[in-house]
Design a binder for this molecule. Structure first.
Ligand SMILES: [Zn+2]
Length: 418
């Protein structure tokens, strides 16, 4: 392959991705607008027209915003690669620092920082424009900046040693470096899973043990019935940032915790909370978490092997607008270009995730009342202004959860007396 051939492939893939994304956005806007006038029949007795229209408007605002992000990200990637941005930073780094490890780290850190600074107006607009307009945002600018600062420090504390280690292994371990890097990556991620609930999440939120004794007794009975051991039930102050509600599990083995957003507990009835919890337990019982982690590790091994094949290929660097070769540049270019070539895997990943959601729903229907989960979901759809009428193609491509009408119909069927 020649450099110009690879450039041509890269640019065509980048543009066709952008066209597909815009087409999907247009479909979603069109579908939501066409169904804005009426609540779908299955939800007519549960959802008011005003709430349905709020969901339509919120979805529309997010999708329109997404269109601008797509255009911006496409241009930014072009500017960094063929536009010469990375080459410029690479020249700056070799003139400023000495030693390949430090130079390489400086280039990667500079690109990451520049990227987040350039993208920050979008994030600010989403939080203080869209989310605030629809009444979801609870964040002050101070909290927002504090979060950003904490994220930056945490990223530096965890990411810098990892990056230095990876670059060192890439340079010192010969042809099989990718195996060593993969091993380090696996250990690093497992370590993160262990320390996240106890050391990282509390940097951003408060976690109080669940106080309500009656509720605690109910939940513990359900856990026992499902044969599940957790090291604690916690309530998180999600309302500090947003009114969106959720429940989740974190941690592994003995550090496993069940976390409820305070916003969720306030909104749902005890039976509905049981049903939502049973759904989350379903993910554990069906080993979705383990499967997902194993899959991620397998895929990252494939990626690292792919990177090893490109490390000494002139066309790879030059095709992406860089004339110098180094391990850091290869790493950077590879992970910047990767989303362009893996975009069409989105629907597969989404379908896999939806399969798991159906399985977790089936488990919840077995252990609790499917109708309670329906009621809980309808409340959550309304509170989160999630559209009940997504475009089927858009949903197939992007949605990690089944579209509301399909998911509810499934649950109603499961809830029918047998
Ligand atoms: Zn789920």
């Amino acid at each position: 392959m020649t450099a110009s051939q690879f450039s041509a492939i890269f640019v065509s893939a980048l543009f066709s991705n952008a066209v597909i994304k815009l087409w999907l956005a247009w479909r979603q806007l069109d579908h939501v607008a066409a169904h804005r006038g009426e609540v779908p029949p299955a939800f007519r007795d549960k959802v008011a027209l005003a709430a349905h229209q709020k969901a339509a408007d919120y979805t529309t605002a997010l999708v329109r915003f997404g269109v601008f992000s797509v255009l911006f990200e496409t241009l930014l990637l072009l500017a960094f690669t063929l536009g010469g941005g990375i080459q410029l930073l690479s020249d700056w780094s070799s003139a400023t620092f000495s030693g390949t490890l430090v130079q390489g780290t400086a280039i990667i850190v500079a690109v990451l920082l520049l990227q987040s600074v350039l993208e920050s107006p979008f994030d600010l607009y989403r939080t203080f424009g869209i989310e605030a307009h629809f009444g979801f945002n609870k964040m002050t600018l101070k909290l927002y900046l504090l979060d950003a600062l904490k994220g930056l420090l945490l990223g530096a504390a965890l990411g810098l040693p990892l990056l230095l280690g990876v670059l060192w292994l890439m340079e010192r371990m010969g042809d099989l470096w990718w195996l060593y890097v993969w091993a380090v990556w696996v250990v690093f991620n497992l370590l993160l899973l262990f320390i996240y609930p106890t050391y990282i999440a509390p940097l951003f939120n408060d976690f109080e043990p669940l106080q309500d004794e009656a509720q605690k007794a109910r939940i513990e009975a359900l856990l026992k019935k499902c044969g599940f051991a957790a090291s604690g039930l916690f309530v998180m102050d999600g309302s500090k940032r947003s009114t969106h509600g959720n429940a989740y599990f974190t941690g592994f083995g003995k550090t496993k915790r069940i976390v409820f957003f305070d916003t969720l507990l306030e909104r749902l009835s005890p039976n509905e909370i049981d049903a939502v919890l049973a759904h989350e337990l379903g993910h554990f019982k069906r080993r979705h978490v383990l499967k997902r982690i194993a899959l991620t590790f397998a895929v990252s091994l494939g990626f690292l092997w792919g990177l090893a094949q490109l490390l000494h290929a002139d066309w790879f660097y030059q095709g992406l607008g860089v004339t110098t070769q180094s391990t850091a540049l290869a790493l950077l270019l590879f992970f910047m270009a990767l989303p362009v070539f893996s975009f069409l895997l989105h629907p597969i990943a989404a379908a896999y995730s939806r399969k798991h959601e159906f399985e977790a729903d089936a488990y919840a229907a077995q252990q609790t009342d499917a109708h309670e989960l329906v009621n809980a979901l309808v409340k959550l759809y309304q509170d989160n202004a999630k559209t009940l009428t997504p475009d089927p193609v858009y949903a197939t491509f992007y949605e990690s959860h089944p579209p509301a009408p399909i998911r509810i119909a499934h649950l109603q069927k499961l809830g029918e007396p047998k």
